[in-house]
Ligand binder design. Sequence first.
Ligand SMILES: *[C@@H]1O[C@H](CO)[C@@H](O)[C@H](O)[C@H]1NC(C)=O
Ligand SMILES: *[C@@H]1O[C@H](CO)[C@@H](O)[C@H](O)[C@H]1NC(C)=O
Ligand SMILES: *[C@@H]1O[C@H](CO)[C@@H](O)[C@H](O)[C@H]1NC(C)=O
Ligand SMILES: *[C@@H]1O[C@H](CO)[C@@H](O)[C@H](O)[C@H]1NC(C)=O
Length: 640
Amino acid sequence: MFSAFLSYVLPQQDRKAVIMLKFIYLFNFCWLLCGVHAVVYDSITGEPATEAQLNYYRERNNLEICTVNIKPCDKNEWKRLDGSCNNLKYPSVGTQRTPTTRILPPILGPNYNPVDTVDGKPFPLARRVRCELLSEGKASDLTTTQLVSYYTLFASADINSLHDVFNYMQYILYCCEEKGKFDYMCTPNKIPKDDPVHRYSGIRCMNLTRPESFQTHGCLENGTTFVRMTTATPVFDLSQVYNAMTTSEDLRVYKNGLVKMEIDHGKLFPPSTNDSGNCFLNEPPRETRCNRAHFNTAIGPVFFAIIFYRYHNFIANELHALNPCWDDDRLYYTARDINIAISMQILYYEVMPILMGRENMIRDGIILDHDGFRDWYDEDVLPQMSDEFPYSLRWLHTIQEADVKLYDGDGYYLNTVPMINVSLRTGWLPLDYNMEKFTQGSFRQFSGAYDHIIDFDMSERVLGGISVSSDVSTSDLSKGRYFGLQPYVNYRQHCTGRSYTTFWHLKDAISTERIHRLMQMYHDVRDVELMSGLWSEKPVPGGMVPHTMYCLCAEQMLRSVISDRHWYERADRPHAFTLEQLKSVRKVTVAGVLCDVGDSVTQIQPSAFESISKANRITSCSSSKIGTLDVSAWKDSECS
Ligand SMILES: *[C@@H]1O[C@H](CO)[C@@H](O)[C@H](O)[C@H]1NC(C)=O
Ligand SMILES: *[C@@H]1O[C@H](CO)[C@@H](O)[C@H](O)[C@H]1NC(C)=O
Ligand SMILES: *[C@@H]1O[C@H](CO)[C@@H](O)[C@H](O)[C@H]1NC(C)=O
Ligand SMILES: *[C@@H]1O[C@H](CO)[C@@H](O)[C@H](O)[C@H]1NC(C)=O
C-alpha cells in the first residue's frame, strides 16, 4: 500500500514521479473514509478552504498536503485517531501537517536561512560549539535507569516529526557531496579542520537537511513567517502505537476490541512488513521483522511502541472477560482510551516529576497533588505543539547511555551491545531472547549522568552503519538555527522576567566556569543559542533538567492539558472515566505495565525509572506494591 507518510519526505524530484500514484490512492481512500459531507479545511488557517484557495493549491499540485479533509464532528464521539474534531471550533487543528506554535516567534534571514550574529558575522560552526560545550565520554547517574531516556523519547515520538531525520537517512543522501551544494534542502554541518576527532579522520562534513515547512511544501508563499510542518498529530494520543502517522493501514481486528498481532519466537509483535521497511540495519536472512505501519527508529521508542501495542490487547482482553456483553467497538475504544490515559499518567506523574521535580510541577499546576479530576479545558487554547517543547527534549540526548546492557530473566548480567548496533533494526528483537534481555536491562541499567558529557556514540556515530559519522548534538544545535529559534537570553527573559544584557547576568542559572566557555564561543551574550544555554545551565532546584528546559516543558505540558478536549483527567469529556476508573488509571506505573506485558518480567522495582535500591527493591509482580491495572472499576452491571 502506498504510504501517505512517504509523500512528505520524498525529495522534490521523486515527488513528481509518485504524484499520480498519490492521487489514485487518495481518491480511493476518500471514497471509503471521507464520506459525502466531508469538509476541506485549509491547514494553515484551520478555516474551511475557499474555492480560490483550493484552486491555488491544485495548480501547485499540493492540495492534499496543504488541506485537511474531515468528516463532520460529533461532540460525543471518542477521540479520533487522526486528531480531528478535538477543538470543535477548529476541527482540523490537532491533525498532522497543521501548524506548530511558538513560545517566541521565529527569526530567520533571507530564504529561511539562519540569521547572523549581532556583529553581522556568521555563527561559529555548530560542531565547534558542541565540542566546546559538551565533552565526549561516559558518566552514569546512579539514581535513574535507562527507562527514563527510552520513555521520554517514546513520548516525544508521539508529537514529533521524524521526517527531518528520514529525509537525510533515506531520501536526500548527498548533502555532503558536490550535488548537495545545489539542493535547497541540504544544510550539512561542516567540520572544523582542527576538530578533536576528525582532524584524524579527514571527514569534513556531516549530513543534515532543512526542516520541512509550509513554505518548502509551497502552501505558503516565500517571505511569509516560517511555519514548520510536522507529520505527527500535536496531541498526546499514542500515534506511534495506533499508527496515526505512518500509513492509513487499519490495525484493528474488529473482534473483541483487539489490534492485529503476530507471534514471533513465542512473543507478540505488531504486524511485520514484507519488504525491509525502514529497518535499515536488519541483517537478513535471520532478521526480517520490521514493524509495519510503525516507525522503526532508535531502539528505546521502538521497545515502548511494542509494549504499549501489546498493552492495548491486554486491556481489551481484561475488559472482554469482565464485560462479555460489550461489542467490539466499545472494547476497542475503551481499551485505547485507557491505554492513552495510562501512557500520559506515566509521563506526567511518574517520569517527568523525576526530571522536573514533583514539587515544582505541583506549584506550577502541571500536575495535581490529589487524585481527583481536573477540568481545565479552554476551547480558545488550540491543540497545538510548540516547536520549543520537542526541541528542548533533545537536551536529553546528553543523558543517553549508548551502551545497552543485556540481562537474563533472573537478573544476571549477560553482555553489552552498542545501542547504535540495535537501533533501526527491529528484526533483532525477536531473536535469541533479545527482547527479553533488553527489557530486563532497561530497568537495571543506570542512565547517563545529567551533566556536560555526551556519550561517544551519540556524538560520533549515532546513525550506526548508515553514516560514516554523525553527531546528534551538533545536529540539535544546527536545527535550532534553521528553526529560527530566538536567542537563549530571550527565552531566559521569557521564563524569569529578568533581562540579560551581559554574560554575568547568566549567573542565575550557569556556573562561572560554563559562562567562560560560552564567552569562548560567542562575543555577545545575545548570540548565545538556546541549545548552548541548555547545555550550560545548572539543573532546576528539586529536579535534574536545566532551568530553561523546565520552563519550556512546563509551558507545553500545561497547554496539552488545557487544550485537549479529550484529556484523560477531565470529568466532562465524551466517555469520561468515573472517579473510581480515574483512580485505577492513576495507580498504574511503568513497572506495572512491564509486569503485565514485558517479556519474562516477574519481578521489578516498584519505581522502575529509579534505580534498584533499599527503598526501591526488586519486588514480585504479584505484590500490591507494583502498580498494575485493575479493571474492576469498568465492571458493567448490565452485562450480568
Ligand atoms: C520557496 O522557495 C523554495 C526554495 O527555493 C522552493 O522550493 C519553494 O517551492 C518556494 N515556494 C513557493 C511557494 O514559491
Ligand atoms: C506479503 O507477501 C505475501 C506473499 O507475497 C502476500 O500474499 C501478502 O499480501 C503480503 N502482505 C502485505 C501486508 O503486503
Ligand atoms: C556493532 O556493529 C559493528 C559494525 O557493524 C560491528 O563491527 C561490531 O562487532 C558490532 N558490535 C557488537 C557488540 O555487536
Ligand atoms: C551521508 O549520507 C550518506 C547516505 O546515507 C552516507 O553514505 C554517508 O556516509 C554520509 N556521510 C557522512 C559523513 O556520514
